[in-house]
Design a protein around this ligand. Structure first.
Ligand code: V0V
Ligand code: CO
Length: 142
């Protein structure tokens, strides 16, 4: 079901400062930036590797306000790993299969994610304490 780790999401207070740190320390490059109002974040993707089914990235996340998933996470736990996202071929099909195995779905239907992807989240309490995201990359342009 999982094809690769698509990204690791890291919650931070100051996106620009964290981007600068990752760029100069690990020589990574930002390949996309987006404000996602629905998810309550301002985010940046830094490419680690490219593959045929999709790349893998670090996703830096700054909350748009305190009353958002990442805002609440920062207040409770401080900066750090917020979620792990797995690449799947079909997020809707994966949701059906995983939900049928008793894991609580935070999204019944896929939502808009970074770089044109379709995403959905699984409850961290049902996945060993790890907030888990499913990502379906958009079809590649020829
Ligand atoms: C909360 N908890 C976590 C957690 N956030 N555990 C592990 N990892 C996290 N990131 C724990 C928390 O400690 C509580 O446990 C319990 O879950 C309930 O959390 P809460 O404090 O009540 O917090 P809420 O109300 O924010 O709810 C948490 C959930 C929420 C996970 C349900 O954050 C959510 O729906 N997240 C999905 C959407 C999201 O995260 N979007 C931002 C990324 P105790 O203390 O009771 O034991 S957007 C993104 O990745 C995009 C756009 C993309 O990739 O393209
Ligand atoms: Co993410």
């Amino acid at each position: 079901m999982f094809m690769r780790i698509d990204h690791v999401g890291i919650a931070c207070h100051d996106l620009e400062e964290k981007i600068a740190f990752f760029e100069r320390t690990f020589e990574l490059t930002v390949v996309a930036r987006e404000v996602n109002e629905e998810q309550g974040v301002k985010e940046a993707m830094l490419r680690i590797a490219d593959g045929e089914g999709g790349g893998s990235y670090i996703q830096l996340l700054e909350p748009l306000g305190p009353d958002t998933p990442v805002g609440r996470f920062l207040a409770k736990r401080g900066e750090g790993v917020h979620h792990v996202a797995f690449g799947v071929p079909d997020v809707e099909a994966a949701l059906g299969e995983i939900g049928g195995r008793g894991v609580r779905l935070l999204d019944e239907k896929p939502r808009h994610g970074s770089m044109g992807s379709s995403i959905a989240f699984l409850h961290p309490k049902d996945v060993g304490g790890m907030l888990t995201e499913l990502v379906q990359a958009p079809p590649r342009r020829l």
